[in-house]
Design a protein around this ligand. Structure first.
Ligand code: SF4
Ligand code: SF4
Ligand code: SF4
Ligand code: FES
Length: 378
C-alpha cells in the first residue's frame, strides 16, 4: 500500500491508483469533465488540477499516479481561479440555454458553472460547432453543446469497439466526426447509445427525451434488462408513469455504465397499446370450454400473414388459472398422442435462475424431451 496525504488527511491506496481515483475513493470530490471511470485518461479538460507539495505547477490528477508520501491539495484559491477560468472558456463556446435545455439538472457543465458562479463568459462568445443531426430514431447530435471532452469517442472506440466517431480538426474547427463527417446513419455506429450515456452535456440526447420534461420531474426506477442472460442493471427515467428514457444504472458491477441498443432503446413495448397483459385463449377452444357463446373457426389465412391482427376477433381473455390448466391438459394430450419430442419449450431471461432450472427439469424429467431453449441465445 502507498501512504499519502490529501487535504491534510492521511490515506493509503494501492499502487497504480491515480490521485483522482484515490481522492474519489475517500469521498474527496475533485471537479472533472473529461474523466470517466470506465475510459482511458484523456487529460484534456484540466479541471481536475491539484497542487502537490514540492511540484511547482498544478498537475492533472486524473493522469497522475499516487506515490509514497505525496502531499496533495485539491482545493485552494489558485485552483478555484484556474477552474473558474476553464469553465469561463467552455462557456465562451457554449449556448447558455440552461432554462430550456433538456439536459438541465443532469449536466456537469451546468453544475460547474453554478459552483464557480459563472453566468456568462468574460470572453468574446463564439459558437464554433453547429452540427445538428437527427438522422436516426435513437439519439440527437447537437454539437453546439459539445465541450470536446472526448468521452463519446473513447467509449465508442475503447469499450464498444465500433470506432464510428473520433475527434478531428484543431482549435475552433475541432469536433466529433463520423468518417468524412457523413450522417451517423451511414457510419459504423451500432446505436448502442453508450456515447449518449457518458456525454456530460446536451450534445448527445436520446430522441425519446426531447421536450418530455425536466430532469428533476422524473422518477427513477431501477430494473434488470430482460432481453438477454447478461442481466444488465438499467434505470428508467419516468414521468407520469411513462418511460422517457433508459440508461445504465451508474457503476454497477455487471454492465458498468454500458448497455446495448436493445436495453437502452427497446423499451417502448412497455406502454404499447397492443401489449398483451392477460392470458388469451383461442376463441374456438374458449367456445368448446363454454367461455364464450360466439362460435369461431380458425381462418385458413395465417394470422402472421394478416396485415393487422385484431386480438379480440380471435382470442378470449382468461385468468391465469384457466390458462395454465388448459395448457397443462393440451401438453399432456399432445405428449400422449405424438410423444415427448413433439413439444418444445422456450424459456425467458425475465425469469430467475431458479425458475429456469425448474423449467428445464420439467421439460427433461417431466415431459421427457431435450427440446428446450432460452431467449438469452437470441
Ligand atoms: S448543456 Fe448544460 S450548460 Fe449547456 S445549456 Fe444545457 S444544461 Fe446548460
Ligand atoms: S451509439 Fe454506440 S456505436 Fe454509435 S457512436 Fe455512440 S458509442 Fe459509438
Ligand atoms: S459529444 Fe458529448 S461526450 Fe462527445 S466530446 Fe462532445 S461533450 Fe464530450
Ligand atoms: S478530468 Fe482530468 S483533465 Fe479532465
Amino acid at each position: 500500500m502507498i501512504k499519502l496525504t490529501i487535504n491534510g488527511r492521511s490515506l493509503s491506496t494501492t499502487p497504480g491508483t491515480t490521485v483522482l481515483e484515490a481522492a474519489l475513493a475517500h469521498g474527496i470530490d475533485v471537479p472533472r469533465l473529461c474523466y470517466h471511470p470506465e475510459l482511458s485518461v484523456s487529460g484534456g479538460c484540466r479541471l481536475c488540477m491539484v497542487e502537490i507539495e514540492g511540484i511547482a505547477n498544478p498537475v492533472a490528477s486524473c493522469g497522475l499516479l499516487c506515490a509514497e508520501g505525496m502531499d496533495i491539495r485539491t482545493e485552494s484559491e489558485a485552483l478555484s481561479e484556474m477552474r473558474h477560468d476553464i469553465i469561463d472558456l467552455f462557456v465562451s463556446d457554449h449556448p447558455l440555454d440552461c432554462v430550456t435545455c433538456d439536459k438541465a439538472g443532469s449536466c456537469q457543465l451546468q453544475d460547474y458553472a453554478y459552483q464557480y458562479g459563472i453566468t456568462e463568459t468574460s470572453h468574446d462568445k463564439e459558437i464554433s460547432r453547429t452540427l445538428y443531426q437527427d438522422d436516426n430514431p435513437f439519439f440527437l447530435r447537437d454539437h453546439q453543446y459539445c465541450i470536446l471532452c472526448g468521452r463519446c469517442t473513447r467509449v465508442c472506440n475503447e469499450v464498444v469497439g465500433a470506432e464510428a466517431i473520433d475527434l478531428v480538426g484543431r482549435g475552433f474547427t475541432s469536433h466529433v466526426a463520423t468518417p468524412f463527417d457523413g450522417p451517423m446513419i451511414n457510419s459504423d455506429c451500432i446505436f448502442c447509445g453508450n456515447c449518449v450515456q457518458v456525454c456530460p452535456t446536451a450534445a448527445l440526447l436520446p430522441m425519446s427525451r426531447l421536450g418530455k420534461g425536466r430532469e428533476w420531474e422524473m422518477e427513477r426506477t431501477k430494473s434488470i434488462c430482460g432481453y438477454c442472460g447478461v442481466g444488465c442493471e438499467i434505470e428508467y427515467a419516468k414521468k407520469n408513469d411513462k418511460i422517457i428514457y433508459a440508461q445504465a444504472s451508474k457503476a454497477q458491477s455487471v454492465n458498468g455504465e454500458m448497455l446495448c441498443s436493445k436495453g437502452r432503446f427497446g423499451w417502448d413495448f412497455v406502454s404499447h397499446p397492443e401489449r398483451l397483459t392477460t392470458p388469451l385463449i383461442r376463441k374456438d377452444v374458449a367456445y368448446e370450454m363454454g367461455l364464450t357463446d360466439e362460435p369461431w373457426e380458425l381462418s385458413d389465412r395465417s394470422p402472421l400473414k394478416a396485415r393487422k391482427v385484431v386480438i379480440e376477433d380471435s382470442f378470449v381473455p382468461v385468468d391465469w388459472e384457466t390458462a395454465v390448466t388448459l395448457t397443462a391438459a393440451k401438453l399432456a394430450q399432445t405428449v400422449k398422442k405424438h410423444g415427448p419430442d413433439s413439444v418444445m419449450g422456450l424459456a425467458s431471461a425475465r425469469c430467475t435462475n431458479e425458475d429456469n432450472y425448474i423449467y428445464q427439469k420439467f421439460m427433461r424429467a417431466g415431459i421427457g424431451t431435450n427440446n428446450l431453449d432460452h431467449c438469452a441465445r437470441l
